[in-house]
Design a protein around this ligand. Structure first.
Ligand code: F6P
Length: 361
């Protein structure tokens, strides 16, 4: 059996559970007699080999419960198009040949790339250039169609639910409307799950464009019933019927648009229309930080070990996927082909509607 020499990187935004995946990959590989190296700072570490670090039993000791990534991460470093600014002019340079050359010179057999749709798309490009890659799905957004869930999502939902729980008491004592914005990019998974678990009165998700008058109707119906406060949870990608998502920063070839700001707009509009004092809150990167839940730790450990199994079997070009109760593999290209949006006819949404939660439609 060949002793593999593996490299591991974590790309894109961080997610709770990254360290648990790195630990599982390292232990499963070392216990097979393989060598493992971490590539720091996402794919950028492939261009600067001082960013390589050997992963040993010692270097992954006691990290399962830690948020962040011991390897660091980067959501701007795409070797197929690195952003360069010269004389105030911006351009994107393909330096992937150098990445491939470094990979070969260092004698690696393959990379286990832990990433979301953006980083896994880069992985597909680097595979086409000749670097064997196995993907591990990571994102708090839970938006990859090929896997039942991604690690980091459960922790993000727990953090958001905890925040919503805390907002109830202040909303009630001030008789206010609190509008909470959660992450999730183009999908409403975090908003739907945290909103339901946190007993929100209205949940606004990108999959169901909202009408502000419907949201206000719900708030006023509560008012009439003697409930003088309301909690509205909105996904950062929520948008009005016929409108667009609210953007903080436009996308570039190397980086997707940054969403955000819808909660503030909503709170102002709700206050204007209902006369009820309203406040907004953006949970932001809090949702990406902190200790992973036990569910995310388990999922991460299983993803990491499954990725090494795929490497052992030579199944480069695939991504590990969770198909409960088993781990499976799907072709990397397929894994990033489609977004997993919230099914609007699904049981979770139906349940929410049966509980009287408004979706602003
Ligand atoms: O994809 C994960 C995510 O946290 C999204 O929910 C959010 O839109 C985005 O990343 C934020 O990215 P950044 O770290 O660039 O602010």
């Amino acid at each position: 059996m060949k002793r593999l020499r593996l490299a591991v990187n974590t790309g894109g935004g961080d997610a709770p559970g990254l360290n648990a995946v790195v630990r599982a990959i390292t232990l499963a590989a070392l216990n097979r007699g393989y060598e493992v190296f971490g590539i720091r700072k996402g794919y950028l570490g492939l261009l600067d080999t001082s960013q390589l670090m050997p992963l040993t039993f010692d270097s992954v000791r006691g990290i399962t419960h830690l948020g962040g990534s011991i390897l660091g991460t980067n959501n701007r470093g795409n070797p197929l198009g690195i952003r360069v600014v010269e004389n105030g002019q911006e351009r994107y340079v393909d330096v992937s040949d150098q990445a491939v050359e470094n990979f070969r010179r260092l004698g690696f057999d393959g990379i286990i790339a832990i990433g979301g749709d953006g980083s896994l798309r880069i992985a597909v490009g680097l595979m086409q250039k000749g670097i064997p890659i196995i993907g591990v799905p990571k994102t708090i957004d839970n938006d990859l169609a090929a896997t039942a869930t991604t690690f980091g999502f459960d922790t993000a939902v727990a953090t958001a639910t905890d925040a919503i729980d805390k907002l109830h008491s202040t909303a009630e004592s001030h008789e206010r409307v609190m509008v909470v914005e959660v992450m999730g990019r183009y999908c409403g998974w975090i908003a739907l799950s945290a909103g339901m678990a946190g007993s929100a009165d209205a949940i606004l998700i990108p999959e169901i464009p909202f009408r502000i008058e419907k949201v206000c109707e719900k708030i006023m119906a509560r008012e009439a019933a003697g409930r003088h406060f309301s909690i509205v949870v909105c996904a950062e990608g929520a948008m009005p019927v016929g409108g667009e998502m609210t953007i903080v920063e436009k996308g570039t070839p190397g980086k997707e648009a940054r969403l955000g700001g819808i909660a503030d707009k909503l709170a102002r509009e709700i206050e204007k229309r209902t006369g009820k004092e309203s406040r907004s809150l953006v949970l932001g990167h809090l949702q990406r930080g902190g200790t992973p839940t036990s569910f995310d730790r388990m999922l991460s450990l299983r993803f990491g070990a499954a990725a090494v199994r795929l490497a052992e079997e030579g199944r480069w070009g695939s991504m590990v996927a969770y198909d409960p109760p088993e781990m499976t593999a799907v072709p990397l290209g397929e894994a990033v082909a489609s977004l997993k949006t919230v099914p609007i006819e699904g049981d979770t949404l139906r349940t929410a509607r049966e509980l009287g939660i408004s979706f602003g439609d």
